[in-house]
Design a protein around this ligand. Sequence first.
Ligand SMILES: *Cc1c(COP(=O)(O)O)cnc(C)c1O
Length: 430
Amino acid sequence: MTITTGKTGHLTIGGADAVALAHKYQTPLVVYDVASIKEQIKRFKQVFEEQGVAYEVSYASKAFCALAIYQVIAELDCHTDVVSGGELATALKAGFPAGKISFHGNNKSMAELEFAVKAGVGAIIVDNFYEIELLKQVLQEQKATAKVILRVTPGISAHTHEYDQTGQVDSKFGFDLASGQADQALEELLKLEQIEVLGLHAHIGSQIFEVGGFELVGQKLMEVAHAWTQKYGYVAKVINVGGGFGIKYTAEDTPLAPEKFVEHIVKVIKQKANEFQMEVPEIWIEPGRSIVGPAGYSLYTVGSRKDLPDHLSYLAVDGGMGDNIRPALYQAKYTAVLANDPLKTATETVRLAGKYCESGDILVAKAALPETKPGDIVALLATGAYGYAMASNYNRNPRPAVVFVEDGKDKLVIKRETYADLLALDLPYK
Ligand SMILES: *Cc1c(COP(=O)(O)O)cnc(C)c1O
């Protein structure tokens, strides 16, 4: 959350003036600093390289899915995760290599599996027995083969500072380990000639600040891999420990650096490999938020204001829950700055309100800002993950435009919706 400013004193994003971008493209506007995206990926990769282990960094594209992001990710030789036919179609349209795509989901449809197999995705992350049946049918029909990774529920869950080793058996995702469902799934999959089982996957949560949960999951997956070698002679090539690496939204957030997460994950997996006299498997991670979150900024124009004698004032901007539902959905916190002068000392605390017809449409419950006037540009920091991705047309507001900036140059990558776009699917009844 380092704030940079230019000659005018305005906030800069990737070397471009945020206020100028807001005027050029209108607001609300989502702006990504491409260098920051690349930097985060490099930081994750660096430690794997130093440690000399085979690995994949697979961008969890549900955090922000668009042609442009797949193109940036592809340039850095990453994998990507998709969770729907729509995300898969977007990745393929962007020219993302199918062999580097993992397909996730707890209820993939027949049509989605057909699409994924036909496209030749690199891994289908198999989640449940119903999916195995569907996949069998698809492979028979298409006379195709598929590589799969078994998603298991390790009984570990993590959120920010806490993790829990016994809880979270009760999850809608993956095969339960404790009750033997995962063993049974492997047995079924090993019988199928058209399927190659690459390895094991688990994902324990999101916005995790500490490494303990990842260490537990790495150890657990290695123990399962070892048990499967003993029981079935099966050797897992890939251990995928999922994503969930935390980022800084406000000054109170203190996540570990990407390097630290990877360092610890590699260490425990190497230790277990040594203990079990196994080869060190390929280690896959699936960061989403930590790749695009810090790189994103939401720009809004200040509009109306409501002052009350005994309560915080409401300062309204021209966006809100339609372009970022996270504060309304789960009290997510963000930092707001005045893009016209982001280093100016804050003189008041206001509620930064959206324009949607919900009292809960408050973007920042306590925003410390200098004095503002209508027309000023306010920026929310670190909005790059699960913001635009979850955008809606609630109140029939068009979704914002998205701009990528690199080396000071801006490029529109998603157009602002028009009223015509909003009406494109409607058909008259009479
Ligand atoms: C959502 C998700 C991720 C990414 O989580 P982040 O918190 O964005 O890093 C990774 N893997 C799986 C399976 C997920 O569902």
